[in-house]
Design a protein around this ligand. Structure first.
Ligand SMILES: C[S@@+](CC[C@H](N)C(=O)[O-])C[C@H]1O[C@@H](n2cnc3c(N)ncnc32)[C@H](O)[C@@H]1O
Length: 243
């Protein structure tokens, strides 16, 4: 078998504390219902048949962590289809708990079993191998929130915003859409801006980077970081020469 090169390997965590009880049940019973089903190798995803709804738009969250952000957006925008990717299985279990209503009082009615708009699909793994199967301009929003900063220079290749992934993001985002990046590591904010500029594929469109864009829903990591005194940077990019 071919050994993945440094740029293809996933370096984050896939497992944390043992997943038990109701969380394991969600992985066994709920995940199979809403897992993102990959089409055959040469095929692309079709949004019309992917969700329980016919989505008006599709949004992608790469590295959803505990899933609070995607779960909250999915409730707020029932006509949008959401794809969330996260290889850390404890995070996947947490998202499932949110979708199932176990975490949010207001979400009890939104329990999937009780007929909640079925607008989320979960990819419990690295998103990169799927890029080629997503349709051109298929996403109206792509969120990359608090990506692992990989601060050491010798690990720079592992940072998600890089010259291999940026062209993929440019192909996948629609002409009217936007890529949202948030980080509280100032060196990563500079890195991301520089990488996007060097690519020549994106314009930065949100000038006040210390203020969240309109409609912003903070992640759990962001809320905790702000309480601890960390300062987020919010970056929004549109495809160059887009309408
Ligand atoms: C620092 S955490 C932030 C989590 C979440 N976005 C938040 O703000 O709370 C970064 C997450 O990105 C995930 N991640 C890293 N590379 C990824 C990839 N190639 N595909 C999907 N997720 C990825 C990691 O597993 C990790 O959970």
């Amino acid at each position: 078998m071919e050994t993945p090169t440094e740029d293809k390997r996933f370096f984050g965590r896939r497992k944390g504390k043992p997943i038990k009880g109701s969380r394991q049940r969600l992985i066994d019973e709920l995940l199979p219902k809403i897992i993102l089903k990959q089409p055959e190798e040469s095929q692309r995803f079709s949004w019309d048949t992917l969700f329980g709804i016919k989505p008006e738009e599709v949004w992608l969250e790469i590295g959803f962590g505990g899933g609070e952000h995607v779960a909250e957006l999915a409730l707020k925008y029932p006509n949008v289809g959401f794809i969330g990717a996260e290889p850390f299985m404890n995070g996947v279990a947490s998202l499932l708990a949110h979708l199932n209503g176990s975490h949010m009082k207001q979400a009890v009615d939104a329990n999937l079993e009780q007929g909640r708009a079925d607008n989320v699909r979960v990819w419990p793994d690295d998103i990169r191998p799927l890029f080629s199967q997503f349709p051109d301009g298929g996403f109206e929003r792509i969120f990359i929130l608090y990506p692992d900063p990989w601060p050491k220079a010798r690990h720079a290749e592992r940072r998600f915003i890089n010259q291999r992934n940026i062209p993929e993001l440019a192909r996948l985002i629609s002409d009217t859409g936007a890529v949202y990046v948030a980080t509280d590591v100032s060196a990563y904010a500079e890195w991301a801006q520089e990488q996007m500029t060097v690519s020549g594929l994106f314009d930065q469109v949100h000038s006040d980077t210390s203020c969240p864009p309109a409609d912003w829903v903070p992640t759990r990591y962001e809320r905790k970081g702000i309480l601890a005194g960390r300062k987020p940077t919010y970056l929004v990019f549109r495809k160059k020469n887009a309408k």
